[in-house]
Design a protein. Structure first.
Ligand code: TRP
Length: 370
């Protein structure tokens, strides 16, 4: 199995991915965290590299950082919320949070102007992050194309972008990414600097850094660790190799991928109550049977049911309650329509309060920008 980060396919077998990408099973380390996030408990965050460093920093209350990047595109939906929830979780644990808008990457790899990308990053992503609970304290939100107004900081970041290339070869890049292009090369070197620069003295100095990402980003993280190790060997820098965690992708409503070009494949955080209901009732893929009689007899298939999955991964944190939903659906006692109502009650409540929070968040956006 190969993964091309610029062409994400639907991933069916996450177990297999652990082996092939040399990722460790997050389920084995989750016990070492005193207060794991629901996404960690429920196995959405399923893999990691070197998370022990982070677990012990959390435990001993030592400084650590979290960095992740976002590719501004379209509407902010529940899949994006999954990442936001992790960011906010780390911030609440005391991590210094670095949020990178990958505008250089998006500009090179997708069709969008820099201005448009900036606007989407602020109006969709940042505003929703704040509404979901992101705080200004201990948060450094930046764009790849304009790291900082502080010249020392900016220089340190771009110096690393420029130097990273020397620590790899075209053959290594091709082995990891397949065909290379100038745009990919620029994207990769920026991403290496994104991941490593929180450890530079201009950004607070050496510390463990965790990078929570979708599993499509595993190749970038592997390369970055190699490059960091090469810098350490040459004594030009002294990095703690970055840790990372990998989450599964949230399935789209129709059971396939979410796609920003198809609004009926996701629930956006700006969807109205009416639209969200329509999406769930008419479009969410059901694990129920064709007829009522058959459903009662054979039971539903919660594993493939989109409504069940949303409850499990996001909206029902009570283990007993989710187990009951699972058992009742599987036995045929609970019908598809009823299951969808259980989800909708939670989802609609969330969307309505989120809308108010987002209005308030708009006033705070400027505090996060330089
Ligand atoms: N390549 C990432 C994506 O496609 C975006 C990104 C840029 C990133 N820099 C990063 C992710 C640093 C994690 C860490 O979404």
């Amino acid at each position: 199995m190969t993964i091309d980060p610029w062409k994400v396919e639907e991933i069916k077998n996450y177990e297999k991915l652990l082996n092939e990408f040399g990722l460790e099973d997050f389920g084995k380390i989750v016990r070492k965290i005193s207060n794991p996030h629901l996404l960690m408990q429920r196995g959405v965050v399923f893999g990691h590299v070197d998370f022990v460093k982070i677990a012990s920093a959390i435990k001993s209350k030592k400084p650590f950082a979290m960095l992740t990047g976002l590719m501004p595109s379209g509407k902010f939906h529940l899949g994006h919320k999954m990442v936001a929830d992790q960011i906010i979780y780390y911030q609440s644990l005391g991590a210094k949070v670095f949020l990178c808008v990958a505008d250089v990457e998006a500009y090179n790899m997708r069709l969008a102007s820099m201005d448009k990308l900036r606007k989407i990053a602020i109006e969709e992503y940042l505003t929703n992050y704040i509404a979901l609970g992101l705080k200004k304290k201990n948060c450094d939100f930046y764009f790849q194309s304009s790291r900082s107004k502080d010249a020392d900081k900016a220089n340190a970041y771009y110096k690393l972008v420029g130097m990273a290339a020397k620590k790899t070869t075209m053959n290594q890049l091709k082995a990891i990414y397949g065909d290379m292009s100038p745009g990919k090369l620029m994207s990769v070197m920026h991403q290496v600097s994104d991941i490593l620069h929180p450890e530079l003295k201009e950004f607070g100095g050496k510390k463990p850094v965790v990078v929570p990402v979708g599993v499509d980003q595993a190749p970038h993280l592997r390369l970055t660790r190699d490059i960091a190790a090469a810098f350490n060997r040459s004594k030009e820098y002294d990095f703690i190799l970055p840790s990372s965690t990998y989450h599964k992708f949230m399935k789209g409503l129709k059971g396939h991928k979410m796609s920003s070009s198809d609004p009926y494949s996701y629930v956006a955080l700006t969807d109205t109550e009416k639209l969200a209901k329509e999406k769930i009732l008419k479009h969410a893929f059901s694990g129920g049977r064709e007829t009522l009689k058959e459903h009662r007899k054979k039971g539903g298939v919660p594993e493939v049911d989109v409504a069940y999955n949303m409850l499990y991964f996001m909206f029902e944190s009570d283990d007993k309650k989710i187990k009951k939903v699972y058992d009742d659906y599987k036995s045929g006692k609970l019908l598809t329509g009823e299951l969808k109502q259980i989800l909708l009650e939670k989802l609609v409540k969330f969307l309505v309060t989120h809308k108010e929070k987002r209005e308030k968040a708009k006033d705070k956006v400027h505090d996060f920008l330089e």
